[in-house]
Design a protein around this ligand. Sequence first.
Ligand code: DX5
Ligand code: ZN
Length: 213
Amino acid sequence: MLVAPSLLSADFLNLGKEVETICATTCDYLHIDVMDGHFVPNLTIGPLVVEKIAKIATKPLDIHLMTRNSEFFVKLFAPLKPAFLSVHIEEVCHLDRLIEEIKSQGIKAGVVLNPHTSLENLRYILPKIDLVLLMSVNPGFGGQKFIPYTLQKLRDLRILRDELNPQCLIEIDGGISAQNIVLLKENGADMVVAGSYIFGAKDYYEAVESLRI
Ligand code: DX5
Ligand code: ZN
């Protein structure tokens, strides 16, 4: 299982230290949540701060855009050269074009689905993308409870992914801890995002390790 700690739950007054500490664990990516106060009812950080994080991070960035006007935000964040840049399917009208734009810059392209969003619209774009990010909470905040019905969605997505693009990773985000990691693995997740579970732990290293099953 690949593990991407979400910096949303880090101590922002000591962000540099937090980035160093989390990068010293066995995590695979740093998950960065970009919120615009429109697509979701919260605001986080912009490219100025993410650029500083990228400078000291020794793990590649996994940027999750929770924004209206994703085309604009892709232009802001692509120059930071994250490993993955993901946009919400509910928000983008010309998704094929935007995926092409992300990939043309050598960045892996991801598509994110809110918990209730049907997998149906993924069918034609799936062969072209590198990652599907399934939200297992309503986006906007850390520390929420895992929504149980997203487990069935994960199973359905795995079947679709195996049929259409076996290379594409399935990532799941929200309410993830050592308590549900085995279930997520069994049901098809390749990569998990965890914020409050990891940054709420005394020992980040141990917390990351407990998810790497
Ligand atoms: C929520 C974000 C998540 C968040 C997860 O909108 O996309 O990445 O940080 O937090 P936890 O792991 O606490 O549910
Ligand atoms: Zn996220």
